[in-house]
Design a protein around this ligand. Structure first.
Ligand code: HEM
Ligand code: HEM
Length: 188
């Protein structure tokens, strides 16, 4: 275990907090970005420069996010987390751990499915400048299925993240305990 001891309660390390907030920001940008670009492309059938740029940005950001989350996961497994906030009911503790590990899993599986999907399509080009490495041989029918699953699991990630955010606000404003402070930037 490797965490800061601030006396009353323990916080995540500065690195863990930085990784959390960069990932959170990334996911909160990727969800509306994915929905907007696929609405323009699939629903409006509007394949102009803006739609292309949105797709390129989504692929590049998602690809970078995948490696960031992989690094974060390794960091988490090596350094652990501070002991649970005291005073939580067992159900709250288990629920929180379950949601956190599901989020970690989805943050790996969702971008990986996106990457496999664009490999199958194939649509690996980013801004017409370079291509992501291919993970599979072209197969357009399979691409449709994989990207469909990618979209559904991305929405599930959004729903879990919303639950997670509501829980953090509940701890901060209703229970008024130290849970949010454990992850807050700075020294809390
Ligand atoms: C955490 C990372 C990611 C999140 C949260 C995310 C989220 C989303 C969302 C919400 C959609 C729209 C789904 C829908 O319209 O139902 C989408 C579509 C898409 N994503 Fe991602 N994505 C991520 C990473 C990636 C990566 C790494 C790639 C490829 C390298 C990728 C490629 C695509 C493509 C091609 C679509 C469009 C599918 C279509 O138009 O039918 N995504 N993504
Ligand atoms: C406003 C947005 C957010 C707030 C206020 C927030 C708050 C928190 C807090 C307080 C913790 C620590 C919980 C504890 O002490 O046990 C935490 C952990 C975590 N959060 Fe968030 N979070 C936000 C957004 C997100 C998003 C968007 C994601 C990913 C989709 C995410 C993923 C995680 C994960 C995986 C952990 C577990 C950390 C670990 O134990 O390694 N969070 N968050």
């Amino acid at each position: 275990m490797d965490q800061n001891d601030d006396g009353a309660s323990q916080t995540y390390t500065a690195t863990a907090r930085a990784l959390h907030w960069i990932t959170a920001l990334g996911v909160l940008v990727m969800l509306p970005l994915g929905l907007t670009m696929s609405y323009r492309g699939q629903v409006l059938n509007l394949w102009d420069g803006t739609t292309e740029a949105l797709y390129s940005t989504h692929k590049l950001l998602g690809f970078l996010l995948l490696w960031l989350v992989a690094g974060r996961l390794v960091y988490r497994l090596v350094h652990g987390a501070p002991p649970d906030e005291p005073g939580l009911a067992p159900l709250q503790r288990w629920g929180a751990h379950l949601v956190h590990w599901l989020l970690y899993g989805l943050l790996i599986v969702v971008p990986l499915l996106g990457w496999i999907g664009v490999s199958l399509f194939p649509a690996l080009e980013v801004f017409g400048l370079f291509s992501l490495p291919a993970l599979a041989a072209p197969d357009e029918a399979a691409a449709g299925r994989v990207l469909g699953l990618h979209g559904k699991l991305a929405l599930a990630t959004g729903a879990l993240a919303a639950l997670h955010i509501v829980a953090a606000l509940y701890h901060r404003f209703i229970r008024r305990d130290g849970v949010l402070r454990r992850m807050w930037p700075g020294r809390g």
